[in-house]
Design a protein around this ligand. Structure first.
Ligand SMILES: NC(=O)c1ccc[n+]([C@@H]2O[C@H](COP(=O)([O-])OP(=O)(O)OC[C@H]3O[C@@H](n4cnc5c(N)ncnc54)[C@H](O)[C@@H]3O)[C@@H](O)[C@H]2O)c1
Length: 276
């Protein structure tokens, strides 16, 4: 039984939806009436030190969306693999229609104290966090233009998409910051392209978020490896990290009627991190 809400009848395409922020966005949008097209790699990238999402995680997203009264089509797809991503998107569109909302959320953050192969870490991070966003938006936007009913796209950047604090020359820190700045450029270019079609494009920039991406031993070891890093990476507001729901609230504001004339904007959800 679908609940009624501000996204009734809409379709949301979400990458990296098996867990974390992507799952939170999917469940909230579904609870407010949207049908969800969810993709996730559900596999490990070798250079990533923490466990990435599993097929069971994606099943859990499906269960939570359905419990919220929503419909979902979920598929395993790697945002780096354009052909597979296109197949998953097409299947979802065949079920629910062209997306009104696109959340390019999939990403990796492979910081660790000692990198076996910094070059590979750099390449994998840029391919996922930057090329993956290009693949996502460039596949779905032409469908949205052809439908001619507008829409809203949010790309998940990071506080590290606005600043370079904590940079140490490692493959992971360099690539994460470069890729998250890179998506700001993509967002601005997409925003110019899509505004005449009433399709809005914005980025969000969270500080640390309580998810499995950062709450693991290798990340703790990376922070601990430099005595000044913990202070450097702290938020001015007295919290260590925000919750996934804080990011979801910002996403819903941007993609909803509330954000109807907001495009080309970089919105921090960062407890003051980028302004300290
Ligand atoms: N957690 C944080 O502190 C934080 C802070 C700022 C920004 N972010 C960004 O938020 C987004 C969501 O991350 P999260 O915190 O929910 O972490 P997460 O690791 O729980 O979720 C990321 C999801 O993306 C998926 N994914 C990774 N590479 C993929 C690929 N190539 N193709 C398809 N799916 C892929 C993962 O399997 C995972 O399910 C990411 O873009 C991340 O960089 C996270």
């Amino acid at each position: 039984m679908s609940t009624s809400g501000r996204f009734d009848g809409q379709v949301a395409f979400i990458t990296g939806a098996a867990r974390g922020q992507g799952r939170s966005h999917a469940v909230r949008l579904a609870a407010e009436g949207a049908s969800i097209i969810a993709v996730d790699i559900c596999d490990q990238i070798d250079s990533v030190p923490y466990g990435m999402a599993t097929p069971e995680d994606l099943h859990e997203t499906v269960s939570q969306v359905e419990e919220a009264g929503g419909k979902i089509y979920a598929a395993v797809a790697d945002v780096r693999d354009r052909a597979t991503l296109e197949t998953a998107l097409s299947e979802g569109v065949a079920r629910f229609g062209v997306p009104d909302i696109v959340l390019a959320n999939a990403g990796i953050s492979p910081q660790r104290a000692s990198e076996p192969d910094p070059q590979q870490v750099f390449i994998d991070t840029v391919e996922t966090n930057l090329v993956g966003v290009w693949n996502t938006v460039s596949l779905v936007a032409p469908m949205m233009i052809a439908r001619n009913e507008g829409g809203a796209i949010v790309i998940t950047s990071s506080a590290q998409g606005l600043i370079g604090r904590g940079g140490d020359g490692s493959g992971a820190a360099s690539a994460y910051t470069a890729s998250k700045h890179g998506v700001v450029g993509l967002m601005r270019s997409f925003s110019a392209w899509l505004a005449p079609h009433s399709i809005r494009v914005n980025t969000i920039h969270p500080t640390g978020v309580h998810t499995a991406m950062v709450e693991h031993e290798d990340m703790m070891a990376w922070v601990a490896a430099d005595p000044d890093r913990a202070a450097t990476m702290s938020n001015p507001m007295p919290i260590d990290m925000v919750d996934v729901s804080d990011v979801t609230e910002a996403v819903l504001y941007l993609v909803g009627e509330s954000g109807r004339y907001i495009t080309g904007v970089t919105l921090p959800v960062d407890a003051g991190f980028t302004s300290k």
